[in-house]
Write a protein of this length. Structure first.
Length: 532
């Protein structure tokens, strides 16, 4: 069997600054023609490979403090230095061969498994019977089953599943962050900057360095010891393992079964030609059963003392900017969103140097319905620097803007429902139409939201400027609702029999937006002017 080591092989597909496509080893993140991004057809693979690289660099060469972090962000290390830092970890990153093997069970054998799985089952969106019946297969189509995966795609699929694993039946555990967690990563113009900007310094909260080589064990890399069986329901919590374990969690007990082909074949997913492929894998239930963790690359929502912090999940229909303040700055609600630690560190450390020059974050993840992948969610957002002393006021102002927008959207949907679906008791009446209307509202107000949000941030702490911005935002919400109501409910001439109902709904919507949203935005005086 041809060996395949994830730290020495050139297996990660990237796009270089010159525009050329290449395959690199992890230590080739820098150079004269540096990679600018992962280049792979599946967005879940792209996200997982970014996380793999962040976890690897965090493990191999974390900075001592934020000054060291900033220095290497601007002056990347040469490839040889990266290689020297990663080489000691190479024994833990063999994909094939003698165990221990990367992210694979140390003791599982074919004697323990009656029926190996086809390799396509590694893919989280692989269509099962339910997906075929409901026509919900989207990445992997029913007529294109991947009967084999090259080593690079097999490694990526394995990491993707272990990182985002949903519930998989009795004892098939979810990922350390729950099923289908959202991920938020800082994004920059080169792959090195993107990876490094998500690495945390050792003086950050709860961050630990890799133990000395003689002390590295399963508390960091779970595959170095026999699986911690969870058939009795026992859980593994953050206090039970090393900080770095979060990047290398293994909820699923899996062993890949590579095979050598007689002649070169292309990989069905990436097209690369080779003679070694994975066609089957072993799996068994009751792997690591993870309790509560606070993963550095994922935002959380606080659910109270009884439940603690739970990861945010993907939502396939999307709500645009409604989530942005929480992802970047946090929220001021009872069940507040807390930004990912890596996003918060980058914002606090870097954007204050150039507060008018925004950085960006990428948000992505599966929208899961238990075992079924309903969709993939992804978007990018600007991040503006805010001094810590001003942060509470900014968070409240942005939260008020989002809450006002949500209220205006509700008023719009209710008014259109009243105008077009009178007397309909069923909650399903026009549900698809109204859901699309809500999405159109978020899209119609998104550009103005970011304009006014940046004005809030740049105008702090001027109360007069804040009042003007809030009043202008209220007008944007009212204008957008008026336009969408006209497009949806008036739609040409309104028959006389409908006129009273339609225009009554319109007038009530306007009044509710002015009064209700004006109250949320603390604009009683402005609300009266708008109404007049």
């Amino acid at each position: 069997m041809t060996p395949f080591n994830l730290l020495t092989q050139r297996w990660i597909p990237v796009r270089l600054r010159s525009g050329a496509l290449a395959r690199i080893a992890p230590w080739q993140l820098t150079g004269d023609d540096p990679p600018v991004d992962i280049d792979i057809g599946r967005p879940d693979f792209k996200g997982a490979l970014l996380e793999f690289l962040v976890g690897l660099v965090q493990t191999a060469m974390p900075p001592k403090n934020s000054l060291a972090w900033k220095r290497l962000l601007g002056a990347p290390p040469v490839p040889d230095d990266l290689k020297a830092a990663m080489t000691p970890l190479a024994p833990y990153f063999n994909l094939f061969g003698e165990r221990p093997l990367f992210l694979q069970d140390l003791t599982l054998t074919e004697d323990d498994v009656s029926d190996p799985k086809p390799v396509g089952a590694l893919l989280m969106d692989s269509p099962g019977e339910n997906a075929l019946g409901s026509n919900s297969d989207f990445f992997v189509k029913r007529d294109q089953p991947p009967d084999r995966l090259c080593p690079a795609c097999a490694a990526t699929a394995l990491f993707t599943l272990q990182s985002y694993a949903p519930s998989g039946g009795a004892g098939h555990r979810v990922s350390l962050r729950g099923g289908g967690p959202l991920v938020t990563l800082n994004i920059f113009e080169t792959l090195w900057k993107t990876v490094w900007s998500n690495v945390l310094p050792l003086n950050a909260t709860d961050v630990e360095p890799l133990p000395e080589s003689s002390a590295i064990g399963a508390n960091v890399f779970a595959w170095l010891e026999a699986c911690r069986d969870s058939s009795d329901g026992s859980q593994v919590h953050a206090k039970d393992v090393h900080f770095l374990h979060q990047y290398w969690g293994t909820p699923r007990r899996i062993v890949l079964l590579p095979e050598d082909e007689a002649a070169p074949l292309p990989c069905p997913l990436c097209g690369e030609t080779g003679t070694t492929f994975v066609r089957r894998f072993l799996t068994k239930n009751y792997g690591y059963n993870y309790g509560l963790f606070r993963h550095p690359l994922t935002p959380y929502r606080y659910h109270g003392a009884d439940k603690g912090y739970l990861t945010l999940k993907g939502v396939s229909e999307g709500h645009g900017y409604i989530h942005w303040p929480g992802f970047v700055y946090g929220e001021d609600t009872d069940k507040a969103v807390v930004p990912a630690q890596a996003v918060r560190h980058c914002r606090e450390t870097l954007t204050l140097d150039s507060p008018t020059r925004p950085t960006r974050i990428r948000v992505y993840g599966y929208d899961m319905d238990n075992m079924k992948a309903r969709g993939w969610c992804e978007g990018e957002y600007d991040v503006f620097g805010v001094p810590e002393d001003d942060l509470p006021a900014v968070v409240q102002a942005l939260g008020d803007m989002v809450r006002a927008a949500d209220q205006a959207k509700r008023n719009l949907v209710a008014a259109v429902r009243e105008a077009l679906f009178p007397g309909k008791d069923s909650a399903d009446a026009g549900s698809t139409f109204l859901s699309n209307l809500a999405a159109r509202f978020w899209n119609a107000t998104e550009k103005d939201f970011y304009k006014h949000a940046q004005a809030v941030i740049n105008g702090r702490p001027d109360p007069a400027a804040s009042q003007e911005i809030r009043a202008a935002w209220l007008k944007c919400l009212l204008d957008a609702a008026n336009d969408l109501f006209s497009q949806s409910a008036e739609g040409g001439e309104v028959p006389p029999s409908m006129g009273e109902r339609v225009y009554g709904a319109l007038n009530r919507m306007r009044a509710y937006i002015v009064s209700g949203c004006g109250k949320i935005l603390n604009l009683p005086g402005k609300a009266k002017e708008q109404k007049g």
